[in-house]
Design a protein around this ligand. Structure first.
Ligand code: A3P
Length: 308
């Protein structure tokens, strides 16, 4: 019988941030990771649409060539800096060291924990932020199905832990604000999940401009189509189905779960929503950063903007 390598890792504090044990154990090496000037970093708080952005970026880098983008699963094409890729036990950093440039790298680390070499070399970074309520719901279902993360426990407790900033990778509030506050001092493109959902062509065009890739409208259309929720859900190189069921148990919840803005409404009670909002106001006081927690169809929005 083969022994399971992956288990529900406890969290350990690293510079004030709770991180999964293997990350904490490897911290010294992660901290000293040597970026290269043409590295592209995709940074997010978990469940903000990282895989979605990975697929968008990889398709842009391959001029919209679907076959090339299907050459390997997303976590092989774009290694996860602080963690071993979900199927091999080789640390992503070792894979990255021998990868040719230009490299695209994923991280969930908050701004202050990203290896300093990225900022010293002024590497480009795409940050994707997603509203807190949909993020915590998505994270809850992910933690239920992902056997590397600590047991999520019941929903009400999980929501409380999110508000108390105790989940893996720490505080959502500090994470989204941290990159927001730094975005004009570095080459950071700050994107929102809700905006991509609302108008993918507009948002993917922004990513293309940031990557200095003028691929034209036809390629853009192709990328928009290939990165819709439905198409990605059916793409084995993007939908997580290549990850062993010892790690991702999709019978509990699919990796590509809902892909919606406003799904939180199915899970928050009225009382939870009120308590969450009051706490949110306190934590996010003084920032210009604002999120949409639902999006409206274009016609309704136009009417709302014009007024009655
Ligand atoms: P839900 O759990 O709300 O469905 P990450 O890649 O950072 O782990 O984020 C996962 C979340 O992004 C999941 O949210 C997933 O369904 C959603 N997602 C992935 N691809 C998407 C796409 N093409 N369009 C919309 N949402 C997507």
């Amino acid at each position: 019988m083969t022994e399971k390598i992956y288990k529900r890792f406890p969290l350990r504090m690293v510079c004030g941030i709770p991180l999964m044990e293997p990350i904490a154990q490897n911290w010294k090496k992660i901290e000293e990771f040597q970026a290269r000037p043409d590295d592209l970093l995709i940074a997010t708080y978990p469940k903000a649409g990282t895989t979605w952005m990975q697929e968008i970026v990889d398709l842009i880098n391959n001029e919209g060539d679907l076959e090339k983008a299907r050459r390997a699963p997303f976590y092989v094409r774009i290694p996860f800096l602080e963690l071993s890729s979900s199927i091999s036990s080789i640390p992503a950093m070792e894979i990255l060291e021998t990868s040719p440039s230009p490299r695209t790298i994923k991280t969930h680390l908050p701004f202050q924990l990203v290896p300093k070499s990225f900022w010293k070399l002024n590497c480009k970074t795409i940050y994707v932020a997603r509203n807190a309520k949909d993020s915590v719901v998505s994270f809850y279902f992910f933690d239920k199905m992902n056997s590397m993360q600590p047991e999520p426990g019941p929903w009400h407790e999980y929501l409380q832990n999110f508000m108390e900033e105790k989940l893996s990778w720490g505080s959502w509030y500090d994470h989204v604000r941290g990159y927001w506050d730094e975005k004009d001092k570095h080459r950071i493109l700050y994107m929102f999940y809700e905006d991509i959902k609302e108008d993918p062509a507009r948002e993917i065009r922004k990513v293309m401009q940031f990557l200095e890739k003028d691929l034209g409208e036809e390629v853009l259309k192709k990328i928009v189509h290939s990165t819709t929720f439905q198409v990605m859900k059916e793409n084995p190189m993007a939908n997580g189905s290549t990850v062993s069921s010892d790690i991702f148990d999709e019978s509990i919840s699919p990796f590509m779960r809902k892909g919606e803005v406003g799904n939180w409404k199915q899970h928050f009670t009225v009382a939870q929503n009120e308590a969450f909002d009051a706490d949110y106001q306190r934590k996010m006081a003084g920032t210009t950063l604002a999120f949409q927690t639902q999006i409206y169809p274009a016609v309704t929005k136009e009417r709302a903007e014009k007024g009655p």
